[in-house]
Ligand binder design. Structure first.
Ligand code: MRU
Length: 348
């Protein structure tokens, strides 16, 4: 069994332990937080990232806020949680798993009777959310593994692995499950400029677990596809709309377009907690990041001073470019408006 030994986030002795992903791939270091403000800062600065991991971090952040609260009444505790909710919610706007997780914890808090009971049930709910994330990824992986064949070379973008979830991963979970089912496959990881989640995190994670991976510059996607070096793509998602529009790491749209050009199946793997059934494409806020990510590499300046920079963290891939959306409830196929509705109905 190839179960990644990487556990991205964990609750231990009333504190949150996370892998510090800003240090990878040079160092595998862990950080410990007991204050929700530090968790919020960790989300903002990409110490922890990836939609499901951000969601669980938010839930643990609220658990820390509840433990630290000096509230004497339920109303006072709810007010403290509301403040923490705001700080955590404002960290990163695009991944819908964050608001999904925060809302779940607030519902648990509202249902409780007294302060001690609420504090305890929040911690238990956040811990369960983390455990469920791993189970969900493993189920998703099994569904996805049926779409991949012996000797496939699978391209992935960004990091949708153990490091983007509590463990196991979404897109990389599908790859893990395919290998666990006995198939021999290879992975091509894009470097994912400008923050390098592909080279720093995916290449690290797959090598850590002994999975065959080659790294390519983002600019080589067309070359690799045109030369028959890849025959399927699987990536994660930060937000999926009821229409099947998928928001994911910047560059995903280019890869999907190129895959269509070369008749290469393009799959998304994401849990139902990544779906936003209410929003329309124009409602989704795309996070804009620091220009320095584009004008420098490490400490080295790679662009002239004062150049204008456009640095969106995510883009939107339209449904017509997507072959299937793999979830824990099964695989949605076009037309997505219908198949997504069905998945949610079946999962009730
Ligand atoms: O900016 P990041 O690193 O948080 O972006 C992560 C992605 O875009 C992932 O592909 C997505 O969150 C899915 S993770 C299972």
């Amino acid at each position: 069994m190839i179960h990644s030994s990487l556990r991205t986030i964990e609750w231990k002795d009333n504190s949150v332990i996370m892998i510090d992903q800003t240090k990878l791939p040079s160092k595998l270091e862990f950080v410990k937080f007991t204050d929700f403000n530090d968790v919020a800062n960790a989300i903002k600065t990409l110490v922890v990232r990836g939609a499901p991991a951000i969601g669980v971090s938010g839930a643990f952040g609220l658990a820390l806020a509840s433990i630290k609260s000096a509230a004497k009444t339920k109303d006072e505790l709810l007010s403290d949680l509301k403040n923490a909710y705001k700080v955590l919610f404002e960290t990163r706007p695009t991944a819908v798993n964050l608001v999904w997780a925060l809302d779940k914890i607030i519902t648990v808090a509202r249902e409780g009777n007294d302060v001690a009971e609420i504090k305890n049930s929040i911690v238990e709910a956040a811990k369960k959310m983390a455990e469920d994330d791993v189970k969900t990824n493993m189920t998703m992986g099994k569904h996805g593994s049926e779409l991949f064949n012996e000797n496939d070379t699978i391209m992935t973008h960004c990091n949708a692995g153990a490091l983007a979830t509590v463990a196991y991963g979404t897109a990389l979970g599908v790859i893990r499950a395919t290998i666990e089912s006995g198939k021999n496959i290879k992975v091509i990881a894009t470097e994912t400029r400008p923050v390098q989640q592909g080279s720093r995190l995916t290449a690290f994670e797959l090598k850590h677990d002994g999975i065959d991976v080659d790294l390519i510059p983002d600019t080589a996607v067309g070359y690799v596809m045109a030369n028959g070096l890849v025959n399927k793509v699987v990536v994660g998602a930060d937000r999926i709309l009821r229409t099947g529009h998928v928001f994911n790491k910047i560059g995903t749209y280019q890869i999907a377009t190129m895959a269509k050009q070369h008749n290469i199946p393009f799959y998304i793997a994401a849990p139902l907690s990544t779906f936003d059934l209410k929003s329309n494409p124009k409602d989704v806020i795309i996070e804009q990041r620091n220009p320095a990510e584009v004008t420098t590499i490490g400490d080295k300046k790679t662009a002239p001073d004062d150049v204008g920079v456009i640095n969106p963290a995510f883009d939107m891939t339209p449904p017509e470019l997507i072959t299937g959306i793999i979830t824990e409830a099964g695989v949605a196929k076009p037309p997505y408006e219908e198949s997504i509705k069905k998945l949610f109905k079946a999962n009730k």
